[in-house]
Design a protein around this ligand. Structure first.
Ligand code: PYC
Length: 317
């Protein structure tokens, strides 16, 4: 039998969650089988990485865009499955992306207000779509791995911060020297990139996101953040997995009580509200819930023309 022809069209729904874009792939993505989502992510990376580039890299995508491949769930208790990816690779979980996924499924008539359980490579995630469009995401178990690790950074001296898991790995530090504001974006990006390199070299090779904090600019918010994503873009949203990692640190330090709301503001002034419950207090493990809203921005067919030299995306050099 000849191999199946490559699809020439990919059906997507684009949305943004608190400013951060998500592209949901409904049809025409790679066929990854029915195994556990972690195994399917491996197939995606090893055999079909060109699809990732075609979907989120330029010329069809952009650096901050997160792709979400809709999959059949492996776990029988889930109604949908998803694999998240970005301009340089794959994400274990994505908070803003899950909110975008639910809003886009609703726009496509594939989910209604109420609960939906989603299979991801890092475990099942419970979400709930409210009548007003808000989405709650009960994220994966989150915890702090290291408290106030001292990291030497060229040009910035020693920076102290926590290393925590919220579905992705984060280094979290207060930005003492650079204000968290759009006007300082270049400085923040440079500092966070140097910090990530130093954190990776100084004992934490798993960290691929850096989150810097400062005072909020909006009434009602508790903090404002800047999040550097693995591919160099900053998160326009307050970052769902980053906010989960923050809550794990606040809980471990006794600075936020179980059930108490934490309003995290992003660099562009958008917010998520988050809360947690203890999963295992002795081990410092929490289960965070994030609440936010996504808006659909377009429904499109991506065309793959075989004679297009950039059909499979521009690869950063
Ligand atoms: O919301 O978890 C998130 C996220 C991760 C990377 C970009 N957004």
């Amino acid at each position: 039998m000849p191999p199946p022809a490559l699809p020439t069209a990919i059906r997507v729904i684009d949305s943004h969650t608190a400013g951060e874009p998500t592209r949901l792939v409904l049809e025409g993505g790679p066929e990854l089988g029915d195994g556990p989502l972690q195994e399917r992510l491996g197939h995606f990376r090893e055999r079909y990485d060109h699809y990732r580039r075609a979907i989120v890299n330029e010329p069809r995508g952009s650096d901050p865009l997160v792709g979400a491949l809709l999959c059949r769930p492996h776990r029988p208790d889930c109604q949908a499955g998803v694999i998240f990816f970005n301009n340089v690779g794959y994400l274990g979980m994505c908070g803003h992306g899950t909110i975008g996924l639910v809003a886009s499924l609703a726009a496509a008539g594939r989910c209604a207000p109420g609960p939906i359980r989603i299979d991801t490579p890092v475990g099942p995630v419970d979400a709930r779509l409210h009548e007003d469009g808000q989405v709650d995401v009960v994220n994966v178990r989150s915890f702090r791995k290291a408290r106030q690790a001292g990291i030497s950074v060229v040009g910035a001296g020693e920076v102290r911060g926590d290393v925590a898991w919220g579905g992705n790995w984060f280094f979290l530090a207060d930005a003492h020297t650079v204000p968290i504001a759009l006007g300082t974006l270049e400085e923040l990006t440079g500092l966070a990139a140097r910090l990530r390199r130093a954190v990776n070299e100084q004992g934490f090779p798993e960290v691929d996101h850096v989150e810097l904090f400062g005072p909020p600019s909006r009434a009602g918010a508790d903090s404002r953040n800047f999040v550097l994503c693995p591919g160099g873009a900053y998160d326009r949203s307050p970052c769902g997995t980053g906010t989960s990692a923050k809550l794990a640190c606040l809980a471990a330090d006794g600075k936020l009580e179980e059930g108490e709301p934490w309003v995290q503001e992003s660099l562009i002034g958008s917010t998520f509200t988050a809360r947690y419950r203890w999963h295992d207090r002795g081990r410092g493990e929490i289960v965070p819930t994030l609440t936010g809203r996504a808006y659909v921005t377009s429904e499109a067919i991506l065309r793959l023309e075989p004679d297009d030299p950039f059909c499979w995306g521009i690869v950063a050099g």
